[in-house]
Design a protein around this ligand. Structure first.
Ligand code: NOJ
Length: 558
């Protein structure tokens, strides 16, 4: 069935790093308002805002202390309303990040919860007594924080609380009906204000395994020396999660014309289908981690197999899927999957074309559209995000040499994607007139929006073409998907077909030159393929037979 959210091009904004309108070094809502023309021209139809709620900011806003206030660093509720209104006036919808797995320890619920065992908010969180004088189980926190346990002892009531992430982010107890009701009310409040949906953080982890058993796996280095196991499978997809999401759907989602995309680590297609199959009435689509799985780089043959399987969710199972290669938790896609030096333009555009021509809703992470790259910071002081810092500290404490520790984390650090947006070649890439909260990538002098407007080979203009094609050619959204050359180790080739339109897409995923496979050439000859878009501008009859480094082409077949 046709839906606006299937057709959407979602532009993800990490507000803190997007555009600073008041010179305090932190991106803000008014900054986004000032850049709405840019977003509209890019062709985005939905904005996804990373959390902008009031927060002590230990995890850049994923630690929420008040769900119904805007953090003053980002602006006011009136600024938010203005942004929403102005985005809507341009035909751009807006979705919020909804973090339901945990709150900040400074949230009033947790402040109450820790006061006494009998407090009405006690069971909003997960408290347990010590087991044999130690933590209730062997779970390690995902941030490698402190010495690694996922439990923190609280003196007042002499019990431990669970925190899968930072100790400043206690996990909520979804078995508590009052908390559930409070959360539903809060979500409806945002929807009544006019927001168009949610990106649900860690949504398949809301329900914990019964009895909170130990992980059976061995301790995870480097926190392994303290005996803890960082095992993300323990809280993923536990019994009861589908009932909960169905309930949220009935209580909230189905009452609005909205989209819900869930962030779900530890899912494959067999698991995902139960979240997204339309008739189950849970959520619309999930972000899986099978391709953009930091730090594991998949081969082309593996990527093709993954895409085939996910396509099955759409074609055979009446579900919907997402296409993305990076976000605020990953390295920059052109650096991770492509070649950000010799072939920055070619690989950035090939990756963009690949995502936009696969079935599913497309997500662009800010800066991707100008080919922003990973950053090479000289020391740990430059890093900000919890995962890199926590892991670095634990590694060093366990005896790893600091330089080795840093080098092992640099390329996959989440900070690669969080450096300020590069608007022009003025100080700090024009992101702020003040001191940016985080160091800019020094390559802003060459890689920035203004330069991209001027360049002959511009990633930005290529992205604009992709998004405008999506509006004109429903085959990009609703077309069937058939891969060819499944075992080819460089090329990703597929056909998309919808009503009278058929496309053949060829992407060379690597820097090798390849000759056109005979099977593909035959189709192009028989079906009179005409080139609709490519990232090399000199494709003639002669050059067409060679597929150059990171070359990508869309052919229309007759
Ligand atoms: C996933 C978010 O994308 C990430 O940035 C955050 O640290 C964790 N969830 C915890 O909320």
């Amino acid at each position: 069935m046709k839906k606006w959210w299937k057709e959407a091009v979602v532009y993800q904004i990490y507000t803190k790093s997007f555009y600073d309108s008041n010179g305090d070094g932190i991106g803000d809502l008014r900054g986004i308002v000032q850049k709405l023309d840019y977003i509209q021209k890019l062709g985005a139809t939905v904005i996804w805002l990373n959390p902008i709620y009031q927060s002590p900011d230990v995890d850049n806003g994923y630690d929420i202390s008040d769900y119904q206030s805007i953090d003053p660093r980002y602006g006011t509720l009136d600024d938010f309303k203005e942004l929403l209104e102005k985005a809507h006036a341009r035909g751009i919808r807006l979705i919020m990040d909804m973090v339901l797995n945990h709150t900040s320890d400074e949230h009033k619920w947790f402040q109450e919860s820790k006061k006494s065992k009998g407090n009405p908010y006690r069971d909003y969180y997960i408290w347990r007594p010590a087991k044999n004088g130690k933590e209730p189980n062997n779970w390690g926190n995902y941030f490698y924080e402190g010495r690694g346990s996922a439990w923190e002892f609280d003196e007042t009531t002499q019990e431990y609380y669970l925190h899968n992430y930072s100790k400043k982010m206690p996990d909520l107890n979804w078995g508590n009906p009052n908390m559930k009701e409070d959360m539903c009310r809060m979500m409806r409040w945002w929807l009544d204000l006019g927001v168009d949906g949610f990106r649900m953080d860690a949504v398949n982890r809301l329900v914990k395994p019964k009895g909170l058993p130990d992980s059976p796996n061995p301790p995870t280095p480097p926190v392994g020396i303290y005996g803890y196991v960082v095992d993300r499978t323990m809280c993923a997809n536990c019994p009861g999660i589908h009932e909960l999401l169905h309930e949220l759907n009935q209580e909230v989602f189905q009452k609005y014309d909205m989209m819900v995309v869930g962030e779900t680590g530890n899912v494959d297609t067999a698991i995902a289908i139960d979240y997204v199959k339309e008739e189950r009435e849970e959520i619309n689509m999930v972000f899986h981690f099978e391709i953009a799985k930091n730090p594991v780089l998949k081969t082309v043959v593996e990527i093709k197999e993954i895409e085939r399987r996910w396509n099955h969710v759409v074609m055979e199972q009446n579900g919907w899927i997402t296409q993305y290669l990076s976000n605020h938790d990953t390295p920059r896609q052109v650096s991770f999957f492509g070649n950000d030096k010799e072939y920055r333009y070619e690989s950035a555009t090939m990756l963009g074309l690949l995502m936009h021509t696969h079935p599913g809703t497309v997500y662009i992470y800010q800066g991707e559209e100008i080919g922003m790259t990973n950053v090479d910071f000289p020391s740990i002081e430059y890093y900000n995000e919890k995962y890199t810092v926590g892991k670095y500290e634990t590694m060093v404490e366990s005896g790893v040499d600091p330089e080795t520790a840093l080098n092992s984390l640099k390329h996959t650090s989440r900070d690669n994607d969080r450096t300020p947006m590069q608007w022009d070649d003025s100080d700090n890439g024009g992101f702020t007139t003040g001191t940016p909260w985080m160091h800019s990538n020094p390559n802003y002098v060459d890689i920035n929006v203004v330069r991209e407007e001027e360049r002959e080979h511009s990633v930005l203009r290529f992205y604009r073409t992709l998004t405008s094609l999506r509006k004109e050619h429903p085959v990009m959204v609703y077309g069937d998907y058939h891969q060819m050359l499944e075992d080819d180790e460089d090329l990703i080739v597929y056909l998309r077909q919808y009503e009278k339109e058929t496309w053949l897409v060829i992407c060379n995923f690597y820097g090798n030159e390849r000759s056109m496979p005979q099977k593909v050439q035959e189709i192009l000859d028989q079906e009179h393929g005409t080139l609709l878009l490519g990232n090399y501008d000199d494709v003639t009859n002669e050059t067409a037979e060679q597929i150059r480094p990171y070359e990508a082409r869309i052919y229309q077949l007759s």
